[in-house]
Write a protein that binds this ligand. Structure first.
Ligand SMILES: C[S@@+](CC[C@H](N)C(=O)[O-])C[C@H]1O[C@@H](n2cnc3c(N)ncnc32)[C@H](O)[C@@H]1O
Length: 220
């Protein structure tokens, strides 16, 4: 397949995935919120603690896809200043109702409003095609100062590339990509990041393998 053919065949697919992902969270934000753990514990806490270990408490953390704001609240409890962001209106509305500032921000299409020292995205890039993940990583890389950190995760799987999945806890289908861990590692390294920390652990509520990463923008 020529590059041009790939473009014309794959771009509509990316657009559908982005639209369906947003639609899922706009329709099922309430169900999603009640399906997840309400506190940061275990592997989640370990990952967040490693991420912020190299960040001064005076620094701001930019969170992509904040959802309910659970992780932002945890980081704030440690003393960090968190910029929440979302694409799904119900989550943005909930922040407004709580009197909490949050930015409407799509990591696939919006430039960051300022340069960043630390960016966090829990269970966001897992909903992206390989091409979208590359775009999101590049957007974050462009925004980070040299030495700045990104923490993100994806489902880890050795075989399947992408699938639309319905799990027992939630209505509706969501697209998930499944990244063999070695491949996600080379993807971030090729994008100009060094991998600082890496963990392959099952999800909190299900035995699905996930890979959680903390990466740093390489200093040239
Ligand atoms: C699985 S939820 C995770 C929410 C929250 N981070 C958490 O851990 O509970 C995925 C979130 O990513 C957001 N999202 C999906 N695609 C996005 C994009 N392109 N840019 C920014 N946020 C996105 C969704 O609206 C949703 O809130």
């Amino acid at each position: 397949m020529t590059l041009l053919q790939q473009e014309t065949e794959l771009l509509p697919h990316d657009a559908i995935v982005a639209k369906e992902t947003r639609r899922f969270y706009e329709r099922f934000a309430v169900e999603y919120a009640s399906s997840i753990p309400h506190n940061v514990t275990g592997a989640m806490k370990e990952w967040l603690d490693v991420f912020v270990a190299g960040i001064e408490r005076s620094e701001r953390v930019f969170e992509i896809g904040s959802g309910t704001g659970r992780d932002a609240a945890y980081l704030e409890s440690l003393g960090y200043d968190v910029q929440r962001s979302e694409i799904a209106e119900p989550f943005l509305k909930s922040f407004r109702e709580q009197g909490v500032e949050a930015l409407r921000f799509d990591v696939l299409t919006d430039p960051f409003p300022a340069s960043q020292r630390a960016v966090f995205a829990n269970s966001v890039f897992c909903h992206m095609t390989a091409r979208q993940l590359g775009r999101a990583l590049k957007n974050v890389h462009d925004a980070l100062e040299p030495g700045g950190r990104l923490a993100f995760n994806t489902k880890a799987d050795e075989v399947r590339w992408g699938a639309t999945v319905r799990n027992a806890r939630l209505p509706g289908y969501r697209y998930f990509s499944h990244w063999p861990p070695s491949l996600i590692r080379s993807e971030v390294e090729n994008m100009g990041f060094d991998v600082l920390w890496w963990s392959e652990k099952p999800a909190i509520l299900r035995p699905t393998p996930w890979v959680n990463l903390v990466v740093r923008k390489r200093q040239d």
